[in-house]
Design a protein around this ligand. Sequence first.
Ligand code: CTP
Length: 399
Amino acid sequence: MKIILGVGGGIAAYKSAEIARLLMQEGHAVQAVMTRAAQEFISPLTFAALTGRKTLTDLFAIESAIEHISVAQENELMAIAPATADLIARLAHGLADDFLTTLYLAFTGPVVVAPSMNSNMWRHAATQANLETLRRRGHRIVEPDSGYLACGMTGPGRLADPGAIVEAIERESRRGRDLDGETVLITAGPTQEPLDPVRYISNRSSGKMGYALAEAAAARGARVILISGPVHLAPPRGVEVISVRTAAEMREKVLENLAPAGIVVKAAAVADFHLSKVPEQKVKKTAARMSLELDPTPDILAELGRKKGDRLLIGFAAETQNLHQEARRKLESKNCDMVVGNLVGGSETGFESDENEVVLALSTGELLSLPRAPKREIADRIFDEALKLRLALHAADGR
Ligand code: CTP
């Protein structure tokens, strides 16, 4: 594969030479691009010697004024290591004041960013907000390690191990556009079941996991139909969003859009009960106590399990205990191919968090644990495993 290796101006710039060497060893073609500050730490000649190609450095000292465009078009993946706080800010805000940042704007393929900086700079709200922008853009952030830093501090900020960065690059390159031509139907967020015109019952759910799945599938080339309960999230780029409120509306829209979908992911936290007959007027506080008699909502996932055909069906299980058993039970009772189980109730992962830690129960009997990671990364891992699972199921079927 043809890879751009962008090198920022940090003390870890020398480790980038090892990344270039490992990528070359894996058979990739590497085009090194250095910022001006990077050249204070390591010479362009080092990268030229390792990659067998001229290192690109300056926007105005190149053969053609539009070289950044041709370099962007020729290469398939862009990795930036080390990415300093300043470089991350420039990428996040689209500033294009040197060759690397101009190239970044002209580049349309997958981007891997490996930050390295002082711990306080890493923790700063500005840096974290910029990183979140890059994550939401679909870029892979290779989290820095914790340890002794050149500045004398100990904490997060040390460039991840070159081997780990190369692994992230390879994983990203494999993903590419592996959902090209697929239609993925995703549900997200809670549903709201009205009790009267002003009150409702609902489930805790921010919709972040479902939206991350939609972003990931779209980035991998899928047509994505996202059926969303009420959430406070911006619609992901390139995704068809259908807004619903109740479980009944969600069911209707899911069935309406099922035909073209090859993969269905039910990440929504559907309310299990509703009032069948909702009063037309606001209920007045006349009695000291009141009880509600609720009926079950339609179980959309179970219904899909009965009519899925050869679609891949992925359900979710948000549990407070017995995660593994519950994920497996739901896999079987709702005839899913995969159930993504996560523990909820704590604040670290789950509902409102940007991170998650999940187990995947597969219809092959396997149970995989995905360690804590940003929801966007978890979303990609779910699709990685879903595609592998589909291949395994087709091979077993002889399809
Ligand atoms: N689900 C659904 N329709 C419902 C309830 C749940 O489609 N009426 C789906 C959810 O989108 C999720 C999965 O079923 O993918 C599991 O939801 P959960 O509420 O955990 O499961 P329940 O069947 O309600 O199981 P329990 O209440 O026993 O935990």
